[in-house]
Design a protein around this ligand. Structure first.
Ligand code: FES
Length: 117
């Protein structure tokens, strides 16, 4: 069973909150959002269809253990990055492995962080 370690970042500071380092076991190829929700961790979400970007996460390690990215998910991530760059003039998201928790599935251990931009 893949393990997902989750760091919940403070929504104002994007620094780890007191809830950091939670760990969950997900079923093989389970959607990250669904697996965490099933175990009581509700990530921010909107559409649950890969189009709003509310459920974005940064995969800190184990990106190779995530499912391949669909065109819908990639389009949404591209929009998130473009919006951020337009608002802030740079793109600190270039160094992150953004995925959408409502679309990405896990095949092995990963560590993720939630954040707000
Ligand atoms: S909840 Fe909308 S993209 Fe995941």
């Amino acid at each position: 069973m893949p393990t997902v370690s989750v760091s919940i970042l403070n929504s104002r500071t994007n620094k780890p909150s007191s809830k950091e380092n939670l760990a969950f076991e997900l079923d093989e190829s389970e959607i990250i959002y669904d697996g965490l929700d099933r175990q009581g961790l509700k990530l921010p979400a909107g559409c649950l269809a890969g189009s709003c970007g509310t459920c974005k996460i940064n995969v800190i390690s184990g990106i190779e253990n995530c499912s391949s990215i669909s065109s819908v998910e990639q389009d949404t991530i591209d929009h998130i990055s473009a919006d951020y760059k337009e608002k802030h003039g740079d793109n600190c998201l270039d160094n992150k492995n953004l995925r959408l928790a409502c679309r990405a599935k896990v095949k092995g251990p990963i560590s993720i962080e939630t954040f707000k931009i």
